[in-house]
Write a protein that binds this ligand. Structure first.
Ligand code: AMP
Ligand code: MN
Ligand code: MN
Ligand code: MN
Length: 298
């Protein structure tokens, strides 16, 4: 007789509704870690990670909230890196949240944000937008983490633009009045901080960088040489074609594949927590290499 259907055995790991990329008010999201945990649970997420920019201050809260809900949890962060004069994001998963070197590295990476925000505000003042620093500050949950997103929210609320995407296009990207070039962490440091804390480093949303083939080769090969192990294949800003493309890249570079919505806010994000397509079955999901790092331990 055929044995009964067993979800754990019969479903490939790639089908798991893992959401390993999102932001709380501890960085530039609008929801608190507890509200995100509840939303993830309601939306059917089976494995969750909160990945605030350059910050792990929300990890204990996220882990506790997930635990109360019976939602398996991986620690997370998203580190801002400067590579070839471009900002690249590296997601870290499954590290020890008490690691002091990682905390120090993230603190140093956050360090220049306030001065950068003051400069952004000066740039905006030159085109007639006054008080942007104070305005953006109203939306900030963590004073060490002023982000372009907080400026975008202020410019939408004050009627300058219709939505945050328009603000970025007109004011906050390279060549626009509110853009300030900034040096973030090095690729090597970001990957090492994560790996040395017992986690796995993942290249976030690779389709967003618009690198040439040579530049992309440099990113992936240097990332691997430093000990990076994963790439986000399915994520909020990737099209179906991007996912196909980076599935091939994952295979080519023998990288683990990750999946995460990059959810920031119910009003702004196009993709909700847990609402992404599955990872292509031919890939090795990053969570298969993180089983011992899931909270609570099985
Ligand atoms: P920052 O780290 O301060 O440079 O801000 C980067 C953040 O801005 C990203 O993590 C996104 O949340 C947001 N962002 C970047 N580009 C856009 C865009 N085109 N539309 C909306 N939000 C964006
Ligand atoms: Mn963000
Ligand atoms: Mn990002
Ligand atoms: Mn993100």
């Amino acid at each position: 007789m055929r044995r009964p259907y067993n979800r754990a055995v019969d479903q490939p790991p790639s089908w798991m509704n893992a959401d390993l990329h999102c932001h709380s008010a501890v960085s530039d999201g609008t929801l608190e870690p507890e509200a995100l945990a509840a939303r993830a649970k309601t939306n059917g997420v089976e494995l969750w990670a909160l990945t605030d920019h350059d910050e792990i201050g929300g990890q204990k809260r996220a882990m506790a909230a997930a635990s109360t809900l019976g939602l398996p949890y991986l620690t997370g962060t998203e580190i801002s890196v400067t590579f070839l004069d471009t900002t690249v994001h590296i997601v870290g998963l499954g590290f020890d949240a008490d690691d002091t070197a990682l905390a120090a590295g993230l603190r140093a990476t956050r360090g220049g944000r306030r001065d950068r925000a003051l400069e952004m505000s000066e740039g905006l003042a030159k085109v007639g937008i006054r008080g942007a620093f104070e305005g953006a500050l109203q939306y900030v949950g963590n004073p060490e983490l002023m982000s372009r997103t907080h400026f975008a929210r202020f410019l939408v609320e004050s009627g300058v633009c219709a939505d945050t995407h328009e603000v970025f296009r007109k004011y906050l990207v390279e060549g626009k009045p509110g853009f300030v070039a900034h040096r973030w962490a090095t690729l090597k440091n970001a990957v090492n901080w994560i790996a040395d804390a017992g986690g796995i480093a993942v290249i976030a949303h690779p389709a967003r960088y618009k690198f040439t083939a040579n530049e992309e080769y440099a990113l992936f090969s240097e990332f691997k040489a430093h000990g990076g192990r994963g790439v986000e294949v399915v994520t909020g800003s990737h099209s179906a074609a991007d996912a196909v493309r980076y599935a091939e890249t994952a295979i080519e570079y023998e990288l683990l594949a990750s999946r995460g919505s990059d959810f920031h806010s119910p009003d702004e994000s196009h993709v909700d927590l847990g609402a992404l397509p599955a990872l292509p079955a031919k890939l090795t999901p990053v969570w298969t290499a993180l089983e011992t790092r899931i909270h609570p331990p099985a």
